[in-house]
Design a protein around this ligand. Sequence first.
Ligand code: FES
Ligand SMILES: [Fe+2]
Length: 351
Amino acid sequence: MSEQAKYLVNCWYVAALASEVDAGGLFQRRILGTSVLIYRLQSGQPVALQDRCPHRFAPLSRGIRHGDEVTCQYHGLRFDGGGRCVHSPHGDGSIPRAAQVRSFPLVERDGFLWIWPGNPALADPALIMDGAVLSRNPPASVAHTYMHNAVNYELLADNIMDLTHIDHLHGPLINTRGKLSPLIPKVSEESDGIRIRWDWQADPAMLLLATHLAEPESPARQFFEVKWHAPANMRLNVGAMQAGEDYHSDGVVLYDFHIMTPETDTTTHYFFASTRNYRMDDGGYNAAKMQGMIEAFTTEDKPLIEAQQQEMQSTDLWALQPVLLSSDAGAVRVRRRLRALIEAEQQVCAA
Ligand code: FES
Ligand SMILES: [Fe+2]
């Protein structure tokens, strides 16, 4: 990738929703500053290539599909799904050794296409974050969406790692009526990421969940728990339970995935997926709930965070000497961990 020094590269990023890449098309998206072509072989298996012909650098996504191969629209070199040039219409038809397009490891899992921008030899699918609940749950309880944002990806990760913003920025459907900000969240450093958790007594529970509890008007125990994985892949569990209930079996729980992939320094691909443990066969509720979440994000979070980015005019938060609050405990650790991982990766590269 062209901007490697800024980003962690030996890790899995989501490149696209599986549903964005259809059977016959050529799908293009810029990831970590590099334009990538994604398409499906006739077997359905998706592949990812740098979207750049090695001749005069025309985007291959403007090319023409021939079965599993893509022909460059400009002068007709043809490449297979691994990026190898398999045909040249020029001269005696011999294929120059340098006529090779970079290919990236790509794995389809849990409704996402995961790309590995770094060393392909290190691309172990076992390192992909656990999103099995999205595949395991009934389809009527699962939804995925994609949103583009004019924001650096770390600012978007801060938004999920510091959920106290919901009481100040969001409306009654998902706020906690002021319960969150006074709490000191529990933060734990784990080998594969960072976890942050808030627990509180709600009276009643947040509106989104209260209506699904046995006694919607009565007090409930609530929690938010976020597990972050590098670089900006987060799972958020939101739960509410009443007297004696265990949230895994009796309470109501949302399992949300907030996954951010840098497009450039100041623009981000935001992938969101959600499932739950209640009304799991209700597709109508599923669609309405997803619409509500998208609306909350696009009308409340997105305008504010994009304005924040405009005001900062920088992606270096620390250079601006931000005030720190108790609610920053998770976001600060995430930023430090990510920086340490990027630095460690660069030292290995330099060695
Ligand atoms: S730019 Fe692709 S063949 Fe010339
Ligand atoms: Fe929000």
